[in-house]
Design a binder for this molecule. Sequence first.
Ligand SMILES: NC(=O)c1ccc[n+]([C@@H]2O[C@H](COP(=O)([O-])OP(=O)(O)OC[C@H]3O[C@@H](n4cnc5c(N)ncnc54)[C@H](OP(=O)(O)O)[C@@H]3O)[C@@H](O)[C@H]2O)c1
Length: 272
Amino acid sequence: MKINAHTILCASLAYPNRTAKSPIMHNAGFEALDLNYVYMAFEPEKKYLKNAIDGIRGLGLKGVSISKPYKEEVIQYLDELDKTAEDIGAVNTILNRENKLIGYNSDWIGAVKAIEEKTSIKNKKVVVVGAGGAGKAIAYGMKYRGGQVFIYNRAMEKARKLASQLNINLGGDLEELQKMKDYDILVNATSIGSYPDTNRSIIPENILIEGRIIMDVAINPWHTFLIKKAQEMNCQTITGLKMLLFQGAFQFKLFTGYEAPIKVMERNLVQT
Ligand SMILES: NC(=O)c1ccc[n+]([C@@H]2O[C@H](COP(=O)([O-])OP(=O)(O)OC[C@H]3O[C@@H](n4cnc5c(N)ncnc54)[C@H](OP(=O)(O)O)[C@@H]3O)[C@@H](O)[C@H]2O)c1
């Protein structure tokens, strides 16, 4: 990769952000297509978030990925919202179109594509555990693709709000989750299982049933405690790598205009 005066900058903004894997994925894609782009990771503190967003305009960054904890807060600083991001209420992608900042959400696309590699979502019973940024987008995607969605979350108020916002079923809290065995697909969209909370799972083992599809959105590590337990129970498993990859492919096309070289990007992620 040669950086020169024409290099186009893309970035990820999150806090903390030093374990981000999107720079590996996007830079591998840019290199494979010989694009004069580079992708960096930044971690602005909350008090500097507005300055960071102004910096996208000021310095002319082309595209930015937004991660925890800024997916909702960032919305107030944007010029326009894609309809889907508006419906979800969270932005994970910003496109700078001639200094107009447009917010998108590609998390739901990543989750849908990752699951549809294994099975159709239409008419399936889908349990989503977690009502934060990831949970919201995944629940939206599952509903959009015709799934019958049940939302569970530690904080019931958030689950209740999301159920009413998306018109999906309120599953309940984590105690209720222990009784939920009647599902086809289960997604852990909480941060439990991710670094530093890696040696446990929030999904009770008694509801891991042979043949069912279990997805864990965790990025660090890919093979979480939950994924290992689900494999022991002969479930079909999907790691957060696939979701990251497919949501990243959408961003790549938005930022560059080119179809993402998925295989190259995946190969580089697998090695992390
Ligand atoms: N693979 C991908 O492409 C991808 C994309 C996006 C996010 N992610 C991953 O998804 C995870 C969640 O991200 P997010 O943006 O949704 O974060 P978030 O908005 O902060 O939400 C965190 C979620 O985890 C739950 N949680 C946190 N600590 C808990 C605990 N001790 N016990 C029970 N529940 C707990 C929260 O429940 P409460 O509401 O009760 O606090 C909430 O549902 C992260 O690991 C992130 O890296 C992956």
